[in-house]
Design a protein around this ligand. Sequence first.
Ligand code: SAH
Ligand code: ZN
Ligand code: ZN
Ligand code: ZN
Ligand code: ZN
Length: 535
Amino acid sequence: MAAPRAGLGAGAGAAAGVPGRQGSSGVEVVFPSEPAPPAPLCPHGPTLLFVKVNQGKEETRRFYACSACRDRKDCNFFQWEDEKLSGARLAAREAHNRKCQPPLSRTQCAERYLKFIELPLSQRKFCQRCQQLLLPDDWEKHHEHRVVGDISITQLRRPSQLLYPLENKKTNAQYLFADRSCQFLVDLLPTLGFTRVLCVGTPRLHELIRLKASDDKKSNIKSLLLDIDFRYSQFYMEDSFCHYNMFNHHFFDGKAALEVCRTFLQEDKGEGVIMVTDPPFGGLVEPLAVTFKKLIAMWKEGQSEGSSHKELPIFWIFPYFFESRIRQFFPSFCMLDYQRFHRTFICVDEAMKYGCMLEVDYDNHALYKHGKTGRKQSPVRIFTNIPPNKIILPSEEGYRFCPLCQRYISLENQHCEHCNSCTSKDGRKWNHCFFCKKCVKPSWIHCSICGHCALPDHSCGGPKDGCFICGELDHKRSTCPKITTSKKVNRAVRKQKQRKSNKMKMGITKGQSMNHTSVTRKKNRRERAHQYLCS
Ligand code: SAH
Ligand code: ZN
Ligand code: ZN
Ligand code: ZN
Ligand code: ZN
């Protein structure tokens, strides 16, 4: 029997940005009620507990798998919840986990960086193959690799241009913002009064904030990057980068790194800080929400008495079709209508030829100019707990204020008097359906067979995006009113355990490297376009 694959479940949505479930089965994360036994560890920290869901029925045998990697090629950790491992297996696993950690400690990286910037320009080299800054002692080892020289301070300040974006779509999809999209945030944050930004999975934002701070003496805005991409540790000191997994709140460098984050959040009694995060879309929303709540709690500990009602300001950048999912966990969040988060488009062929990244703004790229659907907007939005009337969207791009909704809205978004809100989510004008009693996409029509609006060529009664347990459309399995209590599930697991003898031999196998080393030559070097625009 093949072990179920963790990661992409009903709540997750596909990597390509399809909301909800496609077929009729999937895998979902379970957060067992306390006290739960500690989750086993993979190279990416504590694993998550998953359950396979099939045709509305929950399989009772649950399993642990990697929180960060949705592809078994990146981390093949697998363990049934009720599986007992021998001492030898546990020891082998520990050894494997250790072997997968980065070769250098965070402190060693910082020391190397200090040495590197002391070198004269002609000796500052970067190995493209190994994605590594080289010190003179390293040259020999890399002499057959493609090495670029004369790495300037300007280049060092823009690591996201020097490093290849990791292209493994499932695990570590790095969708970097085009500078222009990022600049919108860089300008917005100080206007809103923020002086510190906790960047969770936003390396380019982090670097642009720091660039601005160093160019413009008036701007003293600080930034701390938390990211799973270990390559960034070569470019930052310990107080501005932590190697971090946002799906399980794991700091790879232990307590020291956790303290860096805590100090950053709690500085000035927590005043002036905002968290900005742009997680991989394929990621599960619930583990992210659990993590963000832990970061919020860390910030709260540093609050002075009497400000307990305050919330940590957050920008969560995510596709609009996750709105209801995000609001399940953060009811105070609202979705802004800003629609111009464009990603960089990187021509790897040319990058190889010229030894640097050539980035093309989507707006300037003929092929991607309007996406397949002829729409220019990206599906990515900002979800935030900051009152939306404070966030002024640029009028030169057509945004205007809706006094009824008290927020800025895009050009074609129109206030629907029946819904009493500006209802468009995707930049097109939506139409009100009197049967459904809500506004729907312009491409949808009301189907009397299905009893709701859908695309004209939908198959009536076909698979729906609803709950795995009862099939209703307005919630997912995890919030289903008919959900079995975790006690019942546990009892069933125990029963099943008695019935089936343990035939599973899944576990760790050898030879997997961590994703920070997964920049390989095998990659196809075609132009890589992130086609999520076309949803
Ligand atoms: N738009 C952002 C980049 C977002 S891409 C910018 O331009 O700054 C998603 C980022 O999340 C990448 O940097 C990736 O390395 C990071 N990431 C992916 N999985 C992660 C995980 N499990 N924990 C922490 N960071 C992760
Ligand atoms: Zn893992
Ligand atoms: Zn090399
Ligand atoms: Zn309406
Ligand atoms: Zn129908």
